[in-house]
Design a protein around this ligand. Structure first.
Ligand code: PEP
Ligand code: MG
Length: 582
């Protein structure tokens, strides 16, 4: 049997990014090159008129934007749009596009993209900083023109993607953060990996998602029905009625099991033989505290503070940060909120951060903060002021050396003193920790532990840096393997260092919220596991139904193996023995 539009069912395997199953009409999100067709046209002059009309619509759009920004932020800020308007007046660029259409008789979107890219390449190679920056102006403006040519305005269309499945080449974390959660049924992307920040956000937003789906855009047309199975990492285009029926059964089974684990949601975090652990929540803002409360999290183990910056797509003031942080601390009702200081960079790009060849190894997190004391200071002030409303811990991301940690701590202490001297707060020092997510930090764990109150292991990055596998690159996603024994020995060494120095060890990477991995992490010596709130019920259930002896035995069995596949099978069998569904 075929779906109504009679196109055949197509199954595409990707990477399971956020659980759940959803089905709906495809909404194709335009993102540049990938979906611009190259077609022969019959009426060259009409094509050029389309181009001219797109140019004048873009001029109006930018002029309007310019006026809005001038009245909201001032003339200086609005000046950027004058530069954008100049791009639209660039006679050479406009002539080149018209010439290309006449010569090739190809559609204007294709010709425009070719010409614009040539200009961008030329400017990007310029020595002069000012001229080089013109490349991003051209990219921005040409994107707008392209949207008019395609009759699409992404920022509005995402809003209108209600009750649809968003299909895109890739979603940036800020695009994911602004998806309307009440209406987007699911999303599927051609790029991305399991621990990319878009996948992490999808889990937090509770939207089923599959990423890294090869051939996705080529297989889907606007209006196709798409089923996203976020559990199996499967995208089914135009599912037959037999497939839909099959999924109905699966959804019922998932719901039944979910009800079972939810029955134990408010029981204590301890194993069957009384070994205590703590499950905490990973959050990105005040709204996520609802999930943290619903699933009885023991406070917040990771507050990704950069999410506010990504949502605003701008640098918030100290006051704006304080307002949001204080709200989170208040909502935690005395439970500890662990603030991670700003972790921008990598796949979390913001405005004037320049593009880099290797962003994950570049200007990111604590490196950026130590280089920009103005940004670091305003964030630390906002956190310390918010701390007045409850219990706060602070940790630094991407620490790679003792020197870096000491600089961060000194800056923190100086900021604290400044606020105390101003009479804004009393002198109470929050607990200080570091993310252990860079191999050098893991090797230095014994030394770092002497200067900290806690570790929080960022397995997402630790795995990527240890194995030299970009966490967001679909082509090498198979190599991103936490079951590589090198990862497991590294984790063991980190927990041992924490234990030797008598400090707490948490895990806040995605492994903590994976019911296959949580038992191993507790067996290896982690005290706290912090995860996206929706992951809490299963992890709590599996651990509560285990004994510490079983978890230690699991560690021994895993450590006797050298192959990732066998290790994964051992973890999967253990999970299934406690929680009988995938
Ligand atoms: C990690 O790296 O595991 C982590 C929790 O931080 P992020 O995913 O934000 O890099
Ligand atoms: Mg990290």
């Amino acid at each position: 049997m075929q779906a109504e539009n009679s196109r055949p069912e197509v199954r595409l395997q990707g990477i399971a990014a956020a659980p759940g199953v959803s089905r709906g009409p495809a909404y194709l999100l335009f993102q540049g090159k990938a979906i611009i067709a190259c077609e022969k046209i019959s009426d060259v002059e009409a094509e050029i008129r389309r181009f001219e009309s797109a140019l004048s619509s873009t001029r109006l759009e930018i002029a309007k934007l310019r006026n809005e920004v001038a009245s909201r932020l001032g003339e200086n800020e609005a000046a950027i749009f004058d530069a954008h308007l100049l791009v639209l007046e660039d006679v050479a660029l406009i002539d080149d596009v018209s010439k290309e259409v006449r010569q090739t008789e190809l559609n204007v979107e294709h010709c425009f993209q070719e010409v614009a890219q040539r200009y961008i390449d030329i400017f990007e190679r310029m020595e002069d900083d000012f001229l080089r920056e013109r490349a991003s102006d051209i990219r921005d403006v040409t994107g707008r023109v392209m949207n008019h040519l395609l009759g699409a305005r992404p920022e509005h269309k995402v809003q209108s993607a209600l009750q649809q499945v968003v299909v895109a080449k890739d979603l940036t974390p800020s695009e994911t953060a602004t998806l309307p959660t009440d209406g987007v049924l699911a999303f599927a992307t051609e790029e991305g990996g399991q621990t990319g920040h878009s996948a992490i956000m999808a889990r937090a937003l509770n939207i089923p998602a599959v990423v890294g789906v090869k051939g996705l855009l080529a297989a889907i047309e606007e209006g196709d029905t798409v089923l996203v199975d976020g559990q199996a990492g499967l995208v089914i285009v135009n599912p037959t009625s037999a497939t839909i029926e099959n999924y109905r059964g699966k959804e019922i089974a998932i719901r039944t099991q979910r009800d079972r684990v939810m029955q134990e949601i408010n029981l204590p975090d301890c194993t069957r033989d009384g070994h205590a652990f703590a499950i905490q929540a990973n959050i990105g803002g005040p709204e996520d505290m609802l999930g943290a409360q619903e699933y009885h999290a023991h406070g917040v183990g990771l507050y990704r503070t950069e999410n506010l910056f990504l949502r605003l797509d701008d640098w918030p003031s100290e006051e704006e940060q304080y307002t949001e942080y204080a709200e989170v601390v208040r909502r935690a009702q005395g439970k500890t909120v662990t603030f991670r200081t700003l972790d921008l960079g990598g796949d979390k790009r913001l405005g004037d951060l320049t593009d880099e060849a290797n962003p994950f190894m570049g200007y990111r997190a604590i490196r950026l903060c130590l280089d920009r004391p103005d940004i670091f200071r305003s964030q630390l002030r906002a956190i310390l002021r918010a701390a007045v409303h409850g219990s706060v811990a602070v940790m630094f991301p991407m620490i790679s050396s003792l020197d870096e940690l000491r600089q961060a701590k000194q800056f923190f202490q100086a900021t604290l003193k400044e606020l105390v001297d101003e009479g804004v707060i009393h002198s109470t020092m929050p607990r200080l920790g570091a993310m252990i997510e860079i191999p050098s930090a893991a090797l230095l764990a014994n030394h770092l532990a002497r200067e900290l109150d806690f570790f929080s292991v960022g397995t997402n990055d630790l795995v990527q840096y240890l194995l030299a596998v970009d966490r967001g690159n679909q082509r090498i996603a198979k190599l991103y393997d936490p079951a590589n024994p090198a990862v497991i020995s590294t984790l063991e060494a980190i927990f041992r260092a924490a234990q030797n120095q008598g400090i707490a060890a948490a895990v806040c990477g995605e492994l903590a919220g994976d019911p296959h991995w949580a038992p191993l992490l507790i067996g290896l010596g982690a005290h706290e596991l912090s995860m996206t709130p929706t992951a809490i019920p299963e992890v709590r259930y599996v651990l509560r139904h285990s004994t510490l002896a079983e978890l230690k035995d699991l560690v021994v069995r895993v450590q006797s193996q050298t192959e990732g596949v066998i290790i994964k099978k051992i973890l999967s069998d253990f999970k299934l023995s406690k929680l009988n569904y995938h």
